[in-house]
Each structure stands twice: as C-alpha cells, then as structure tokens.
Design a protein around this ligand. Structure first.
Ligand code: PEP
Length: 251
C-alpha cells in the first residue's frame, strides 16, 4: 500500500507553548484513530526543539519550513541542515512559494538546498507552482517544469524516489480558492512524467507528489481520489488539531 503524506505547514504561527499544545493534541488524536499514512508537522524554527520533545516516540514526524545549504559558518540568521537534524527534524520544506515570491528564493538555491538536505539526512519536500498570471497565460506546465528540473538536477534517482514534491498553485495558497481535482491531477501527472524523463520510471513512480492550496476537511476527499496525488501539504487548516486530524482521517 502506498504511504501518503499529510504535512502541516504552521508558517509564522504559534509560540512555543501553543506549538507544543497543538503537537500534543495531534498525538492524542492519532492515538485514538491511527493512520497508515505519514503525518508531518512543520512548526516555526523557535518551536522545533520543544515540539520535537513533545512528539518523541510518536508516529508524527517533524520538519522545518526552510534552511540554508551550508552546514555552518558566517551566515547570520540562517539555519543549517545539521541544526535541523539535531533538534529532531527529518523533513524540510524547500522552495515554498512564500519563500520564492516574498523572499526572492531562486530555482538554483532550491537545488542547492535539496542536495544539502540529502547530504545531512533530511528528506526534502520541494514546492513548485505557478502564479495566477502564469496560469492565465497558459504557462503553468512550463513554470513547474523549470522549477522541478532545477530543484532535482543535483539529485540521484534513488534520492528522488524517496523525496516529496508538492504542487502548490500560488493562487490557491491561503486564498480559499482550491485547484479543481482535474487541474491538480493534470499538473501532478505532468510532474511525474517529467521526473521519469530526468530520473527514470522507478523514481517517478516512487516519489510522493502532494497537492497544496486551501486544503480543508470539506475538500480533501475530492483531492485524494486523483491518481497522481500522494497526499497534501496543508497551511491554514493545519493550525487546529481537529481540522488537521479530519484531513488525515479523511475517509
Ligand atoms: C501552504 O502553506 O503550503 C498552503 C498550501 O497553505 P494553505 O493550506 O493555507 O493554502
């Protein structure tokens, strides 16, 4: 059975005590109703050590929302993959659209980070997605192709097979506007074909491709029925235990 990924990106929300309370509530919820799938939470940096402690021994994995590609050095305010491993992260989101569009992250930077993530034992969750202008000018596939190609270029096929790619149309993030299941499936299937070309059929079959963009308990089943959707990356609806748990246990 394929293991889907349900990931919660808490973005710049939650103090340490709020984050621990949410982590504990998720842990309790999954004790009551276990899932065969992978559940990952991505708290802000400041809460990672405490959430890591709160989740110890639980089936919930923890990831960070970003990182720098060097292991240490004079890079004021940056966080390295070694530091993330040290506090219990196993995943890291790379190239989230808010990083690309608000903080000017480049495709090449995302590629360097993907390489560094694997070099230090983290699984990258690389985000790709088009803006509304790009979609309206029929450039969606061209944009996601460029993003995925550059993010995965430094990686071996076995690495790609074990990683996660998340298709997140920028116009659907935090807007309440969800891509229709068909719109999502068209891009997800395209990404899988593109990955087959660059890293082979086995890697393309194994890589988990998520959908992200205004996912909530009401629309999750329609999204999950699509053939090329292997889970979801959730922002707003992951900030409350009950809505995130409803998404995880969507059936
Ligand atoms: C996200 O943060 O990646 C995201 C998809 O956010 P939201 O679910 O709030 O649209």
């Amino acid at each position: 059975m394929r293991r889907y990924v349900f990931a919660g990106n808490w973005k710049m929300h939650k103090t340490v005590s709020e984050a621990v309370a949410l982590a504990r509530a998720l842990r309790e919820g999954l004790d009551k109703e276990a899932t065969p799938h992978e559940v990952v939470v991505m708290p802000p940096f400041t809460a990672l050590p405490a959430v890591g402690e709160a989740l110890k021994g639980s089936p919930i994995a923890m990831g960070a929302q970003n990182m720098y590609w060097e292991r240490e050095g004079a890079f004021t305010a940056e966080i390295s993959p070694v530091m993330l491993r040290d506090v219990g992260c196993t995943y890291v989101i790379l190239g989230h659209s808010e990083r690309r569009h608000i903080f000017d992250e480049t495709d090449e930077g995302v590629g360097k980070k993907s390489r560094a993530a694997f070099d230090h034992g983290l699984t990258p969750m690389v985000c790709v997605g088009e803006t509304l202008t790009e979609r309206e000018s029929s450039r969606t596939l061209e944009v996601v192709e460029r993003q995925v190609e550059r993010a995965l270029r430094p990686l071996q096929s076995e690495e790609v097979a074990s990683m996660v790619v998340s298709y997140e149309p920028v116009w659907a993030i935090g807007t309440g506007r969800v891509a229709t299941p068909n719109q999502a499936e068209e891009v997800q299937a395209f990404l899988r074909r593109r990955i087959a070309r660059s890293h082979g059929d086995d890697a393309a079959e194994a890589v988990r491709i998520l959908y992200g963009g205004s996912v909530n308990p009401g629309n999750i089943s329609g999204i999950m029925v699509q053939a090329d959707v292997d889970g979801v990356l959730v922002g707003g609806a992951s900030l409350k235990a009950d809505s995130f748990l409803q998404i995880v246990n969507y059936r």
